[in-house]
Design a protein around this ligand. Structure first.
Ligand code: IMP
Length: 181
């Protein structure tokens, strides 16, 4: 069985990755660690720089993942600032910002950065959906209660979120690549 370590402070992310790993024969281990994320406008660059900093602490392979919610009518906001925006204005704030806006198109993007001991490789996953008109559902975490995919929010889906999510898509390409090496 392929084994790989996921470094994240977010237990929900780890649980999702662990479940998805089971489908691909990958055993996902966990190091619960909060690391400094550089700010910037590019999710790929942020993930790469974060992984690079962690290589100084880690002597075996690992991966990290960085996500963002990109709202079309807000020119991609909060995007790479999703974490800060969630902590400050949260889902209520986003719903208010979107008040009266007709085009509610948004996507989630996940970038995985994998350190193989020598170099960093990036994998990407994206899911298109909409900002809901109101907060709905009790599952998931973060923006899940306002991100609607085919009529339901991610927070209304339970584990089914793992079939469609940006994280699932990024992990899928990563795990496929990992198991075919
Ligand atoms: P980060 O990747 O941990 O920096 O996440 C950025 C922000 O997006 C945080 O506020 C997370 O809660 C949120 N986020 C990341 N992934 C998801 C997801 O799958 N669903 C909902 N919110 C998410």
């Amino acid at each position: 069985m392929v084994e790989v370590i996921f470094i994240t402070s977010n237990e929900s992310k780890y649980r999702e990755a662990r479940k998805i790993g089971e489908k691909y024969g990958v055993n996902v281990g966990w190091i619960q660690l909060e690391y400094l994320e550089p700010q910037g406008n590019d999710l790929r660059e942020i993930a790469k720089l974060s992984a690079e900093m962690l290589t100084k602490k880690m002597d075996s392979p690992f991966f990290i993942e960085d996500s963002g919610l990109f709202i079309k009518a807000l020119n991609g906001f909060p995007g790479p600032y999703s974490s800060y925006v969630f902590k400050t204005i949260g889902n209520e704030g986003i719903i208010k910002l979107m008040d009266g806006i007709e085009d509610r198109t948004a996507f989630f993007m996940a970038i995985i950065a994998y350190w193989d001991g020598n170099k960093i490789k990036l994998f990407e996953g994206k899911v298109e959906g909409k900002i809901a008109n109101e907060i709905r559902g009790t599952g998931g975490f973060g923006y899940d209660p306002i991100f609607e995919y085919e009529g339901r929010t991610f927070a209304e889906m339970g584990d089914e979120k793992n079939e469609y999510s940006h994280r699932r898509r990024a992990l899928e390409s990563f795990f496929k690549w990992l198991s075919e090496r």
